[in-house]
Design a protein around this ligand. Structure first.
Ligand code: NAP
Length: 342
């Protein structure tokens, strides 16, 4: 992980003001780290700025003392982001619930994602300094379909099928698809410069001590529990540092337009299991996964030429997991399976 920190302690040229929504989250924290190390002044939104324990990792970032400000905002409160985005040239909207099983998908996922995105964009519209908004969407807004030719890799022209998501109750994919669609409509109607980033499953070091749901799934997998991972089926993977670098690249590159798929490698569960099993023979990586509905998912690949043509290079799956494991150990998470404990 050392290579990721290189250069951070060096003096950086100060850049403009940007806002990151949901700054304490897994992806956003790494984005804040990268923005600070590139010289930006960052206004991050959080739901509870007084919760020092939850935000400690942000205050410990290089440059945070001088150039990080945290302000309170909630996706479900109209006008809540007015203060946070005001004066910022760039807004990175990452805040969105990332949840699995839900009792009330509308209240828990759909409304915060869709209404919340429009709420943030309405605040952006009031800001005369705004140049560009970068929205964190997801590859889930591309791949939840059953009507495509598996021989043609999915690219940014593909949209997940709303009917299919509703029928199969894939609430997260539905939320990300409808949120991104709403954002594009809003941007068009309001002549707003919007670019979207669509990461696949994000792997890598976690700055927050409390692991988010995806990072918890990875920890469970490394400890030999395949239950949550079984449901992922065929999945694209991307390093968290690539996701942060991609957000900054498409913000800074004036030629960037539209959607950008951000995914390094697509693997079947069993391919991931054998890769991890060989690389980390001392960890109890499951040898096989239960075959649930997701194993009936169609074969697909991702075509990421659009991002790579901006000069972007992806890190490998091995680097993702090496960095993830190093970070879990550093944070004191045990990688021993519960079953093997005395
Ligand atoms: P995360 O750690 O759970 O972060 C989600 C963030 O959203 C948190 O900061 C959370 O704030 C905030 N949030 C949720 N509901 C909110 C509300 N009502 N008002 C204000 N903030 C709210 O998840 P993540 O993995 O970093 O996800 C960040 C973004 O990346 C999301 O848009 C997600 O869809 C996207 N993404 C993630 C992955 C992945 O594999 N992790 C892949 C593709 C796309 P609190 O801390 O206050 O709860």
């Amino acid at each position: 992980m050392e290579h990721l920190n290189k250069g951070i302690a060096q003096k950086v040229a100060i850049k403009g003001h940007v806002c990151v929504t949901g700054a304490s989250g897994y992806v956003a924290s790494w984005l804040v780290k990268r923005l600070l190390s590139s010289g930006y002044c960052v206004k991050g939104t959080v739901r509870d700025p007084g919760n020092y324990k939850k935000l400690e990792h942000l205050w410990q970032l290089e440059g945070a003392e001088e150039r990080l400000q945290l302000v309170k905002a909630d996706l479900m409160e109209e006008g809540s982001f007015d203060e946070a985005v005001m004066g910022c040239e760039g807004v990175f909207h990452t805040a969105s619930p990332v949840l699995g099983a839900n009792t009330d998908p509308k209240a828990e996922i759909l409304d915060p994602a869709i209404k919340g995105t429009l709420n943030v964009l309405r605040s952006c519209k009031k800001n005369p300094y705004l140049k560009r908004v970068v929205l964190t969407s997801s590859s889930a807004a591309v791949r939840a379909r059953d009507n495509f030719d598996p021989k043609i890799p999915l690219d940014e022209s593909s949209w997940s099928c709303v009917d299919l998501c509703e029928r199969l109750k894939i609430w997260y994919a539905l939320a990300k698809t409808l949120a991104e669609r709403s954002a594009w409509e809003f941007a068009k109607e309001n002549d707003m410069d919007l670019v979207t980033v669509l990461p696949s499953f994000v792997i890598g070091p976690s700055l927050p001590r409390d692991l988010c749901s995806t990072a918890s799934d990875v920890l469970a997998l490394l400890k030999g529990d395949s239950e949550n991972f079984s449901c992922h089926g065929r999945m694209g993977y991307v390093h968290i540092d690539d996701v942060a670098r991609c957000h900054i690249l498409v913000y800074e590159d004036a030629t960037a337009r539209g959607r950008y798929l951000c995914s390094s490698t697509v693997l079947e569960n069993h391919e991931l299991a054998s890769l991890l099993g060989e690389r980390y023979p001392l960890l109890p990586i499951p040898k096989r996964f239960e075959s649930g509905w997701s194993s009936r998912r169609s074969y697909y690949e991702f075509n990421t030429i659009k991002l790579r043509s901006l000069g972007f290079k992806f890190k490998s799956v091995e680097e993702m997991f090496d960095d993830c494991i190093a970070s879990l150990k550093e944070q004191g998470h045990s990688l021993k399976s519960e079953a093997s404990l005395p």
